[in-house]
Design a protein around this ligand. Structure first.
Ligand code: UD1
Ligand code: CA
Length: 452
């Protein structure tokens, strides 16, 4: 039987934030969610999330399921007190209890598995992950005696000699839950912070083991925004390195961010200041950026998107977008189309080879194949209450500054006169024009008297 306890009750004072620490995010997911996802891969029987500070907010932040149980720790008297609270509430303390700090978000499931294996094969009372840090400041120092851990001393309780110990406690423990519950109530708070430390359990248990691993960033704890930013950078580097090894070029890696779900094809070039978010898929041979944001969208083969924003949309193959285009949700741009400067597209379908090159708003529309939308064209889709559709057939030529007052339905090969306000449907091959005829009035300008 494997149970997990995630310590998430603390305020995170050093974050200087009104948001509980474990709800701060790394690449779009909260620290707590990341820890849950990681331990979930071990398929535990139950996960206890210990909350306290802004408990409701923390509980509401994660999807509830049968495995997840919440334990409220009120007040928060330290990490040891959190586990005391758990042991008091859960009476059957059987099997293993894996305890994870909620503020160590990058821990990998493989590393947790190694800890469980070490624990099982040695029949340990407690096994915990340690590493040697060049700068161990802030972490609890782990003191060994032979193969066993003798004690852990928190930074604030270390004397000068103890501070020199580089072996630190990562905040990830596996306990024999039965043996832990026998000693858990003996923990005291006689330390500098007057807190009940979970780390004091190692001195009370017999068989305490250390799994020392290489510090590759996954053990980074987060107590302040400097460490939050360090974790973000570490995580982003891992993602980008994965893509680079798969054939993606980054022109200016540090200025870009990529979600962990994103899929990027070969020979894609990601230019500076480009951000790929959510479940975005980019196929081979695209050039994305500079200054581009794409979220939850598909981008087909051989597209070029620069200085633009794309949300929840389908961009097919061989399409050029930008600079300065805004593709809003539920849009589909078909192959060989072109969306140009200062064009906004929303909930619209553009068929192949259509062009919207300059200064337009296309909303709730269907634009046929090979249709050209002239500069400044607007679909007026909203009457103040409801949204309506604009349909323009294929091979049409829409004159500059046309306004379509939706609902409107134009046939194929329709031409509209520049500056027209179109309020009526029109048939195939027609010209729709609605504007006052130009009048020229001669000698309109009064002659100025000639100056001397
Ligand atoms: C803790 C460890 C330290 C270790 C470090 C690793 C203790 C006493 N110290 O220190 O040895 O090197 O983590 O990152 O455990 N929490 C509660 N209830 C509380 C207090 C804290 O749930 O009453 C939670 C916090 O929300 C946080 C986690 O426990 O997620 C760790 O608490 P924190 O105060 O950050 O401990 P550290 O000082 O980092
Ligand atoms: Ca911490």
């Amino acid at each position: 039987m494997l149970s997990v306890a995630i310590l998430a009750a603390g305020k995170g004072t050093r974050m200087e934030s009104s948001i509980p620490k474990v709800l701060h995010k790394i690449s779009g997911k909260s620290l707590l969610q990341r820890v849950i996802n990681s331990c979930d891969k071990l398929n535990p029987d139950q996960i206890f999330v210990i909350t306290g500070h802004k408990s409701k907010e923390v509980q509401d932040s994660i999807p509830h399921n049968k495995k997840i149980h919440f334990v409220i720790q009120e007040p928060q008297l330290g990490t040891g007190h959190a586990i005391q609270t758990l042991c008091n509430q859960v009476k059957t303390n059987e099997g293993k209890l894996l305890v994870l700090n909620g503020d160590v978000p990058l821990i990998k499931p493989e590393t947790l598995k190694r800890l469980l294996n070490l624990h099982d094969s040695n029949n340990a009372d407690v096994s915990l992950i340690t590493t040697k840090k060049k700068n161990p400041y802030g972490y609890g120092r782990v003191f060994l005696k032979g193969n066993f851990i003798e004690r852990i001393v928190e930074e604030k309780d270390c004397n000068n000699q103890e501070q020199l110990n580089l072996l630190i406690n990562a905040g990830i423990y596996c306990f024999n839950w039965g043996n832990l519950s026998k000693i858990i109530s003996n923990l005291q708070n006689n330390n500098k912070q007057k807190e009940i430390y979970l780390t004091d359990t190692v001195a009370l248990l017999e068989n305490s083991l250390s799994l020392e691993i290489e510090d590759n960033g996954e053990l980074q704890g987060i107590n302040n925004r400097i460490q939050l930013s360090k974790c973000e950078e570490l995580f982003q580097n891992l993602i980008k390195e994965k893509h680079m090894l798969n054939g993606v070029t980054f022109i200016n890696k540090t200025s870009c961010s990529i979600s962990e779900e994103a899929e990027i094809g070969k020979d894609v070039i990601i230019e500076a200041n480009t951000h790929i978010r959510g479940c975005t898929k980019i196929f081979n041979n695209c050039i994305i950026g500079p200054n581009t944001f794409i979220e939850n969208s598909n981008v087909g083969f051989h597209c070029e998107i620069s200085n633009s924003t794309v949300y929840d949309s389908q961009i097919m193959d061989h399409i050029k977008i930008g600079p300065y285009s805004h593709i809003r949700p539920k849009s589909k741009i078909s192959s060989y189309s072109k969306i140009g400067n200062f064009v906004e597209i929303k909930n619209s379908q553009l068929e192949e080879e259509s062009k919207v090159n300059h200064l337009s708003y296309i909303g709730d529309s269907i634009i046929g194949r090979s249709t050209n939308i002239g500069a400044g064209t607007i679909t007026a889709n909203f009457d103040g209450q409801k949204k309506y559709q604009t349909k323009i057939g294929r091979n049409s030529s829409i004159g500059a500054n046309t306004v379509f007052v939706a609902p409107i339905n134009l046939g194929e090969s329709v031409t509209t006169g520049a500056g027209s306000v179109i309020t009526k449907d029109s048939k195939d091959n027609s010209l729709a024009i609605s504007r006052t005829k130009q009048v020229n009035i001669d000698n309109w300008k009064k002659k100025k008297p000639l100056s001397n």
